[in-house]
Design a protein around this ligand. Structure first.
Ligand SMILES: NC(=O)C1=CN([C@@H]2O[C@H](COP(=O)(O)OP(=O)(O)OC[C@H]3O[C@@H](n4cnc5c(N)ncnc54)[C@H](OP(=O)(O)O)[C@@H]3O)[C@@H](O)[C@H]2O)C=CC1
Ligand SMILES: O=C(O)[C@@H]1CCC=N1
Length: 265
């Protein structure tokens, strides 16, 4: 299989590192990673600590912005030597296409991408929306890069990005919180820490793997556990009450989506 195209990755924190890890596993043409800290990077890829150290002879096909949103304004102007033939993939939460245009200029090809951290295992979920100057080839290249780290959803409209971010970009945090809370309750109910941790984690891991492999709807998988009149049903009846999970999850997603929108304006 052909390698993925050469990239310039700027910022290699939680999200940048997760994507890089996924890409390295698939095979990447010689790329440059800008990271201010130590980085264990296999040859022939190059790790530089500052943008000043990137060779002007390097021609990335894609430049990935993976710093914090408020760190981006300072960095973007210094990327101009490499932007001409590249598509910008912005991972920045809550920075919309208009904002990206205002930073890079009207003609620059820019794509807003919202991945999540399971990308590290090739199990990511990335929502994507492209600016008007992006070519068909650049869309294909982006699609190939993102499919290498998981599933890809091209959004019908940029307006969907706030909710997509709140569900999938932020989503792993909710699942990890569930594991955290299952462990905490187990401990509160008298299990040892180690036992509660094992039961909670492996249940989340196994359930996610089963969901990933199954053709069934998540509702059907849930019903297959909750025997009518049995044990699980008692818990589900409490959680599924409109005032419980349905309402609090809806409020939580709305709060995250509102913040994404607010950061864009
Ligand atoms: N974390 C997640 O699950 C997701 C995050 N995102 C988005 O990804 C982006 C990054 O988030 P996250 O990875 O969590 O944040 P991190 O703080 O973990 O990563 C940001 C990285 O950018 C680096 N950086 C900042 N300025 C420079 C610079 N001038 N040169 C080189 N590196 C620089 C930081 O270095 P230093 O530590 O030295 O400041 C840090 O390593 C955000 O915009 C966020 O909205 C999107 C989807 C999911
Ligand atoms: O919380 C954040 O702002 C980023 C965007 C989605 C996940 N992390």
């Amino acid at each position: 299989m052909a390698n993925l195209p050469p990239i310039l990755l700027v910022g290699c924190g939680h999200m940048g590192h997760a994507m890089l890890h996924g890409w390295l596993k698939k095979g990447l043409d010689p790329s440059v990673i800008v990271h201010r800290h130590d980085l264990d990077l296999p040859s022939p890829h190059q790790h530089v600590r500052s943008i000043d150290e990137i060779s002007k002879d390097f021609h990335p096909k894609a430049i990935i912005l993976a710093m914090k949103p408020d760190q981006a304004t300072e960095i973007i102007p210094s990327l101009s030597p490499w932007t001409k033939d590249a598509v910008i993939l912005s991972v920045l939460g809550g920075r919309n296409l208009n904002w990206l245009k205002s930073q890079f200029g009207d003609t620059q090809a820019v794509i807003r991408v919202m991945p999540n951290t399971p990308s590290e295992l090739g199990l990511g979920m990335t929502s994507v929306v492209a600016g008007s100057t992006v070519t068909k080839e650049q869309k294909q290249l982006t699609d190939a890069l993102l499919h290498a780290i998981g599933q890809v959803a091209w959004l019908p409209t940029e307006k969907d990005m706030d909710v997509a971010t709140a569900i999938a970009g932020s989503g792993p945090a909710y699942i990890f919180l569930l594991a955290e809370l299952l462990q905490k309750v187990g401990e509160e109910k008298g299990l040892s820490k180690d036992l509660a941790r094992l039961l909670a984690r492996q249940t989340v891991v196994g359930s996610a793997a089963l969901l990933g492999k199954s053709d069934k709807e998540s509702e059907d998988l849930r019903k297959a556990v909750a025997t009518p009149g049995g044990i699980t049903e008692q818990a589900i009846n409490i959680l599924i009450e409109s005032k419980a999970w349905p309402e609090s999850l809806s409020k939580a997603i709305q709060a995250a989506a509102d913040r994404s929108k607010e950061m864009s304006s």
